[in-house]
Write a protein that binds this ligand. Structure first.
Ligand SMILES: Nc1ncnc2c1ncn2[C@@H]1O[C@H](COP(=O)(O)OP(=O)(O)OP(=O)(O)O)[C@@H](O)[C@H]1O
Length: 667
């Protein structure tokens, strides 16, 4: 059962969802597994609840964003937020924000946002966030040197479940147990019945093992912290830099992580390091010890004049003695010294004085030249060192795991909060960079249609740098036609209206000084057609308006130059008809049109006309007042140019004046 196809929900399968009790929160968090764990919800039910919540959310969103252009505007809003997030997790999480038609949902996000925009998005936090990523579960591990033993079949099944990293062995009796101990460095006997028996050095009776999983298999917890070491450190520094309240003592956490290698082994312990080094250097140290002894002996032999009486020599030869006995007789002192030197060298270079008894056996007192190690005692030394190292490592792991066990949940919270801060900072940066304010969303149910009122709105969607965007004021209540000079900013204005309404219903701040609006049930935005539509496409467009006027609920309708789809005369009649129907429904609409007058003439109702006016021509360029003037039909660009020619000192100015008069009185 895959949930990962749904944007905003973490890439998890239902199998991985152990529990799920709050799908709304899960959606907000962007990851169904981060929600509170309630033990009595089955995976199947959890997945069902999640799917329903996701479906509802999509239906909500699909209902609100009625057209491609409306969906594009939502995507733009999302992208502007996502560009300001540092982590993939936050980008995904931001996708869980959507324009909702539900008041409670909008208010819930607004509460989150209000807190979010208080956070200062300083460069140091942003930098620290780049190393944070969601907690990862380490791969399943197997510990081979330890096993669980029980004589009870039920306990066996339970142990198999609770100790997946260990082998679980069924034994008959204590003898079996001792037998088993030969194959493992530690056997954990979990039955009470084994308590008090003498079971050998490496058998431990732990009836409490089930309550102390982390102590019995510290590797599991250590692997978790080792896998997440870097992101935990990054999340900790995010907390420090941003001044967040950490869920645990960060110095303690850091101290623990300091003692852990990336592969889950222990580091920074002198004793463990000493034993490990001794093991690593064992062969080399023995070879050098041999050399030390032999060099010393060689030198001693060279320096000595050995005088041996013929009779002694004969007796020795007759006894079949080799040169060793000669050495023993003649150079015993030197030999003892050389052997001593070898042992000392061995113990010193390995720094394992406590093993000097074994060192004595590696280089025994029996004279020989050259001096050579005793291989069987070398391997004994090696196993003793290995056992000592393993015991030490195990103790350290166990100690560290017991310190870390209380940090397991805080660790998840730590990373979770850092990631959440990334989401908040993305919103905060958006709000700060685009000078946003929280819009006022009027309560519904009052029967009044507030429409949309924007003061000082600045669109981040324009192709000019944000600082160069001229603020616009615009209010629409009921239905209006927006007229205006070419390139005056009509399309940009209805984009801004749609964009602000989408942000507001997502629960987000809007790029304006002041915005007041009603909560709409849907946004219908018909973008400008690229040219005249063929009969089929024209019919489809008309049908969509048919559905629109037949629909219910509070609607915001934005339409850009519908006249471009067909002939001007027919267009004016159609627009007038649609406006009449929408008026009856109490919808809010803005129709951008160059046919404002024609529509007004064709309409049965009083249609408000607003105009984006050119103030004049500067160096052949139109100077425009981007805020529409209410109730005024804007003069067109051609009119302005004719006016300029008529008023200028042109020889043909009478001709231009006559042209201009036609604009004043089209009849
Ligand atoms: N508020 C503004 N501040 C700065 N520049 C703006 C603003 N509004 C629009 N513009 C600039 O004017 C250009 C034209 O705007 P827009 O396409 O919205 O005009 P229009 O009136 O719809 O044009 P047309 O009549 O050709 O459809 C934009 O690309 C943008 O560069």
């Amino acid at each position: 059962m895959e949930l990962e196809t749904v944007p905003g929900v973490g890439a998890r399968t239902a199998e991985q969802l152990s529990v799920l009790d709050d799908p709304e929160r899960a959606l907000r968090e962007g990851d169904v597994t981060t929600i509170a764990r309630a033990p009595n919800i089955s995976e199947g039910r959890a997945a069902r609840i999640a799917r329903n919540a996701i479906r509802e959310r999509h239906e909500d969103q699909a209902e609100f964003l009625q057209t491609d252009r409306a969906r594009e505007l939502y995507q733009s809003a999302l992208s502007l937020l996502q560009e300001r997030a540092v982590t993939d997790h936050a980008r995904k999480h931001l996708e869980t924000l959507y324009p909702s038609t539900t008041r409670s949902r909008i208010e819930e996000v607004r509460a989150f946002v209000t807190e979010a925009i208080d956070h200062e998005p300083g460069p140091a936090v942003i930098e620290a966030l780049s190393d944070v990523s969601p907690i990862e579960s380490p791969t399943e591990l197997r510990v081979r040197e330890r096993c669980i033993a029980t004589a009870d079949a039920e306990t066996y099944a339970r142990a198999e479940q609770q100790f997946p990293a260990l082998s679980v062995e069924l034994v008959d009796d204590a003898r079996d147990l001792s037998e088993l101990a030969r194959g493992y460095s530690t056997v954990i006997a979990v039955d009470e019945t084994f308590a008090g028996l003498d079971l050998g050095e490496n058998v431990r009776v732990r009836p409490d093992a089930f309550d102390r999983v982390d102590e019995i298999v510290p590797e599991r917890l250590l692997a978790f912290f080792a896998t997440n070491r870097d992101r935990l450190r990054a999340a900790a520094s995010v907390h420090e830099i941003a001044g967040l309240d950490p869920p645990c003592d960060l110095d303690t956490l850091d101290g623990c992580l300091e003692r852990l290698n990336g592969d889950g082994t222990i580091t920074g312990d002198d004793e463990l390091a000493r034993l490990q080094r001794a093991l690593d250097d064992l062969d080399a140290a023995i070879a050098t010890a041999e050399r030390v002894a032999n060099d010393q002996l060689r030198e001693a032999i060279q320096e000595r004049d050995v005088t041996i009486e013929g009779a002694d020599l004969l007796s020795l030869v007759e006894q079949g003695a080799r040169v060793d006995s000669l050495l023993e007789r003649e150079l015993s002192e030197e030999f003892t010294e050389a052997i001593e030197a070898a042992r000392e060298h061995l113990c010193e270079t390995l720094a394992v004085e406590e093993y000097d008894a074994i060192a004595e056996r590696v280089f025994p007192d029996e004279p020989a030249f050259p001096v050579e190690r005793r291989p069987e005692t070398v391997s004994q030394l090696r196993s003793e060192l290995t056992a000592a190292r393993d015991r030490r490592a195990e103790r350290l792991k166990s100690d560290l795991a017991s310190e870390l066990s209380v940090l397991r949940d805080p660790a998840e919270t730590l990373v979770g909060r850092a990631l959440e801060l990334d989401v908040k900072l993305a919103i905060s940066r958006f709000a700060r960079e685009f000078d946003c304010t929280m819009p006022i969303i009027d309560n519904d149910g009052t029967g009044t249609n507030t429409g949309v009122h924007i003061e000082g709105g600045r669109s981040p969607l324009l192709d000019v740098p944000f600082r160069a965007v001229e603020p616009v004021d615009y209010a629409v209540e009921g239905n209006a036609i927006l007229s205006g000079v070419n390139s005056g900013g009509k399309t940009s204005l209805i984009d801004l209206v749609g964009f602000i309404v989408i942000l507001a219903q997502m629960g987000l701040p809007v790029p304006a000084d002041h915005v007041r609006l009603e909560r709409f049930d849907s946004l219908y935005y018909q973008a400008k057609s690229q040219g005249t539509l063929d009969a089929g496409a024209f019919e489809a467009t008309l049908r969509s308006f048919g559905d629109l006027v037949a629909g219910t609920g509070t609607r915001l309708i934005l339409v850009d130059e519908l006249e471009s789809i067909t002939e001007p005369g027919a267009s004016a009649k159609i627009i007038a008809g649609i406006l009449g129907a929408l008026n009856e429904q109490g919808a809010t609409s803005v129709f951008v049109s160059h046919l404002a007058e024609e529509v007004q003439v064709a309409a049965d109702i009083d249609v408000q006309i607003d105009g984006i006016e050119a103030i004049g021509l500067v160096d052949g360029q139109l100077e425009v007042n981007r805020s529409p003037v209410k109730g005024r039909l804007a003069r067109s660009t051609p009119e302005l140019i004719v006016e300029k020619l008529a008023t200028a000192d042109e020889t043909e100015h009478q001709f231009y004046e006559r042209l201009l008069a036609r604009f004043d009185d089209p009849e």
